[in-house]
Design a protein. Structure first.
Length: 502
């Protein structure tokens, strides 16, 4: 296995960057050399944080990844630690953009005859799990759904033909208006129709706004042996009735089995959370390479977290496949900025305290690392929240950066799996397998019960070798290997809310 020595500093764009990233904690007084720069550290610098490679007068742009991540707020000396105390974002409000296509940096991979073992659905879609879902139309029945599930699992502790049984608990479905009501219904309908769902019990109360009758109309035709409906107020004992309906679904699914399916059937969501200074060096570039690889096989990936595109959006716009997609990307960005501004909030209110502790200073810093998950392929489509994937290749999806909401939105768009990079760590999992990719060795070792793959090894091994291992990991997960969130029985849904509650 080829390895490489690990340097102390890394310059992410050796031609333009005027900062480097500390790959280990650096003590004050240490003398370090990188490229043509030799600096003496003027302060202790934590791992993942930035050091100035030359003198930067006040109001000078700080360049990382080859692009500005903000400007200095005071005179900075070569060897100084650059962070929130002397670096500030350049972002402010909505912008106008010009279509300037550029795919000159696209990385191409050979098509291989790779397969995974999935579930072919009557709809023509392919699932990587055979999950049984209980989908409440309203949060009032969450507790009763738990009683139904408990009794059913007592009778079937081995889960029968199902990989997981999950209640998509949420607090909504009533006292909502307009877009919020539509979003709740849309996300729940998406779950019912998800290719990973081998069977679904739709469970309503009977007096909610999100009525089961209207839900069924919006849902459209379904396999009546796989999708059942229950209204608690219309039966004497909803627990007994619910268990009986799950038994019927179990009978319909008893012969379900996996079979070989080409990799082109995979739709993969790209997500990050708890990012650190290594996210843009290891895990996010790994996901970008995987995205390009999967698209070369005929598959699809989806990038979301729109606020974490701010400051790096022109890179995505330049990769729009045509001017129509470019205009859709512009609308995606500016509409989300308008959403922030309509509440009197600045568009740059990011990164989080955890991000900052890990070495990310400004939103541009975060975004330029975040968008690397999209690789180099053309952007073929822009999806609105709750919409399902329409075209093979790389799509962008409207959703906030919030981990729970964004991962649920990716699942709603028919992603069978979410790849989730993290340097700080999180146990969260969406209701589809959520592969946690560690950005550094320390978090992978310390939180091994959360993590599925260690991208920190990219500091010691070539991308080509690590990507091969990662592709095999994804194939194994798609073929049934449990992710950590599945092992921990952590599978959740979160729905975007914007308006009033009655």
């Amino acid at each position: 296995m080829e390895t490489k020595s690990v340097p102390t500093l890394m310059r992410l764009n050796h031609k333009r960057d005027n900062v480097a990233v500390a790959l280990r904690p650096i003590k004050k007084g240490e003398k370090l050399t990188i490229d043509d720069f030799t600096v003496t550290c003027n302060q202790d610098i934590p791992q993942g944080h930035k050091i100035a490679l030359l003198d930067l007068p006040e109001n000078t742009n700080v360049i990382k990844y080859g692009f500005p991540i903000g400007h200095t707020t005071e005179n900075v000396k070569a060897g100084d630690w650059l962070h929130s105390h002397n670096l500030k974002t350049n972002l402010d409000g909505e912008l106008e953009y010009t279509y300037e296509p550029d795919l000159s940096h696209q990385v191409h991979y050979e098509k291989q005859n790779l397969t995974f073992k999935g579930y072919k659905r009557a709809s023509g879609k392919v699932g990587i799990r055979n999950d049984l879902l209980i989908v409440p139309t309203v949060g009032c029945v969450n507790g009763m759904a738990e009683l139904i599930l408990r009794e059913f699992k007592e009778k079937h502790p081995d889960l029968g033909p199902f990989d997981n049984i999950t209640i998509l608990k949420h607090p909504y479905g009533c006292s909502q208006l307009g877009e919020d009501h539509a979003n709740t219904r849309s996300v729940l309908i998406d779950a019912v129709k998800h290719p990973n769902a081998g069977g679904v019990l739709v469970f309503g109360l009977g007096c909610e706004n999100n009525t089961v009758t209207e839900f069924k109309e919006k849902l459209g035709p379904v396999d009546a042996s796989r999708v059942k409906f229950l209204i608690a107020q219309e039966v004497y004992d909803e627990v007994d009735a619910g268990v009986d309906l799950l038994e019927e679904i179990l009978e319909a699914a008893k012969n379900d089995h996996r079979e070989d399916v080409p990799l082109s059937e995979l739709n993969i969501g790209l997500k990050c959370g708890g990012s650190d200074g290594f996210s843009g060096i290891t895990a996010n570039p790994l996901l970008g390479a995987f995205s390009d690889f999967l698209i070369a096989q005929g598959g699809s990936t989806i990038l979301t977290e729109v606020p974490e595109m701010f400051g790096a959006e022109t890179m995505l716009m330049s990769r729009a496949k045509d001017e129509k997609v470019f205009e859709d990307v512009v609308s995606l960005i500016n509409n989300f900025k308008h959403y922030f501004l309509s509440y009197g909030e600045p568009v740059y209110e990011n990164p989080s305290p955890g991000n900052k502790a890990g070495g990310i200073t400004t939103l541009e810093d975060k975004s330029l690392g975040c968008t690397q998950k999209s690789g180099t392929s053309p952007v073929v489509d822009v999806l609105q929240y709750g919409e399902k994937i329409r075209e093979k290749g790389l799509s962008l999806l409207q959703s906030p950066g919030n981990d729970l909401v964004a991962a649920s939105a990716l699942a709603s768009s028919d992603c069978q799996m979410v790849l989730f990079t993290t340097g700080r760590g999180t146990p969260f999992g969406a209701y589809v397998p959520t592969v946690k990719v560690a950005t550094n060795n320390q978090i992978f070792e310390r939180k091994g019960h959360w993590m599925d793959f260690n991208a920190g090894q990219l500091l010691e091994r070539p991308m080509e070798d690590v990507l091969k291992d990662f592709v095999q990991k994804i194939i194994q997960v798609a073929s049934g290997e449990q992710t950590r969130n599945e092992e921990n029985d952590v599978r959740e849904v979160a729905i975007f809310k914007n308006g009033v509650t009655l």
